[in-house]
Design a protein around this ligand. Sequence first.
Ligand code: SAM
Length: 290
Amino acid sequence: MTMRSLLSDHSHYVESFHLFLENSTEHHCMLEFIEKKLLGILSSIGNGKSAINVLSVGGGAGEIDLQILTKLQAKYPGVVIHNDVVEPSAEQIIAYKERVANTSNLENITFTWHKETSLEYESRMKASKEMRKWNFIHMIQMLYYVQDIPATIRFFHSLLEPGAKLLIILVSGTSGWARLWKKFGPRLPLNDLCMYVTSAHIEEILDGAGQRYQSYELPSDMDITDCFIDGNKNGELLLDFLTETCNFSKTAPLDLKNEIVEDLKKLEYSEKRGDKYFFNNNLSAIVIES
Ligand SMILES: C[S@@+](CC[C@H](N)C(=O)[O-])C[C@H]1O[C@@H](n2cnc3c(N)ncnc32)[C@H](O)[C@@H]1O
């Protein structure tokens, strides 16, 4: 059997992604950032306005989006929030709509979903010459799936109203992910739909373009202890997520598997607390000024 990308099997990907969310502080650290930092950062976007326009690029199933929106709503009572979502996955849009339907107190927030990629949105906007502007645009954990990242950032930045902000969240250049990709990336079956990109790359791009931005490190970890228990189902799914490989344990060459599993215990990747191992899942939030 040969190794193949986890993204080539959608249901397998979703299963391992959910396990990752359960085993990690991924969403928790984002929520903390939203509460403690983001609301302050966005303090200028709603002042004196009767409506705030928010664009979510790659909003997924909307967990984080709704957190952002309800916090904004509480901060600007009575102000209408228009939230547009650019999301290519039909399944994710269905899940997002269900979440909205099952959440109370979303009055004053309108939702519009566009089933398309960021590039399709860009082409559609350019063709329509409409170029709607936004008070806040976010791209959370999605730039991995974009081919031309500098052009994408440039385009969405051009859609900011004066005083508006563009938020990018990606894994940090200091995370275990960055080390894992650097060392093992060439031996893993990544397809061209997903790129090994970290906040360090984004900062290089922004520095090169002379953009003003601010970075925040979001400490996060993932309990990977199960990965070291032979035959453990959850451990295997987490290994699939870490290596972005379908059935990694069964399809990887033995030397590669042994090397990765041994490496994951090392301090460059994980911290040991008691008898548990926590993979460094640090994220970075980059806020770009208009
Ligand atoms: C890892 S999920 C992140 C979802 C959500 N932002 C979160 O942090 O929970 C990435 C999302 O980006 C979407 N996506 C993939 N390629 C995209 C593209 N080219 N343009 C916009 N969204 C994309 C995927 O369908 C998926 O919902």
